[in-house]
Design a protein around this ligand. Sequence first.
Ligand SMILES: CSC[C@H]1O[C@H](OP(=O)(O)O)[C@H](O)[C@@H]1O
Ligand SMILES: Nc1ncnc2[nH]cnc12
Length: 257
Amino acid sequence: MPKIGIIGGSGVYGVFEPKETVKVHTPYGRPSAPVEIGEIGGVEVAFIPRHGKHHEFPPHEVPYRANIWALKELGVERVIGITAVGSLREEYKPGDIVITDQFIDFTKKRDYTFYNGPRVAHVSMADPFCPEMRRIFYETAKELGFSVHEKGTYVCIEGPRFSTRAESFMFRQYAHIIGMTLVPEINLARELGMCYANIATVTDYDVWADKPVDAQEVLKVMKENNYKVQELLKKAVPRIPEERKCGCAEVLKTMFV
Ligand SMILES: CSC[C@H]1O[C@H](OP(=O)(O)O)[C@H](O)[C@@H]1O
Ligand SMILES: Nc1ncnc2[nH]cnc12
């Protein structure tokens, strides 16, 4: 059973040669695509392309609950979310990698929880990312010589449109990177006691800089930098300890009312 699950974002459609493809049905419908099972550096891993095999799910229609539920059902304990993000700061440059450590939620109408009653849960989100995985990804990216940021606050917008200049200016006051998919993927993983880490690749300077971002630019830059994500996963995944000492699952003890 794979203990590590990877959710690939825009431009990331396969991170290994799958040994098996599993069709999972969940109480929340089907995941974005059948789950691919394979190996990275000798470690069994499950993979789901977030937007579907042919990028058919826009960010606000991704079946986030089904994706996380399917991974959980397959035995996954740690989720690695790969995302393409815009930069809100000069020093976060296109091509850089960010090991996100905080987020701000500006989404509007998604399915945020597995607990819509009668069971009620309030999950702690103060430190939402797995510290064990974050350390491993940061150190490995540095070893590989990549330009990597140890921290970054990700503001998640509803999309599918990009921001206005006024919105971007506001987001710049308190976040470093911007995307459309971290929420509610991370909330849902945490509600099931899973670890979550985000490897974000910067693709553009959003709309505050001279040239406003467009989708073609995001996909082009992501394609050019895909090898970094592949190399990082290849080297870092085998370093993730099987036994979790991070405490991410501790939230389950206190979240139910
Ligand atoms: C293709 S442009 C916008 C699109 O790219 C990012 O996707 P992901 O986070 O899944 O890599 C962004 O969040 C939007 O969904
Ligand atoms: N500038 C941007 N805004 C929102 N999502 C993005 N994904 C990649 N670049 C983005």
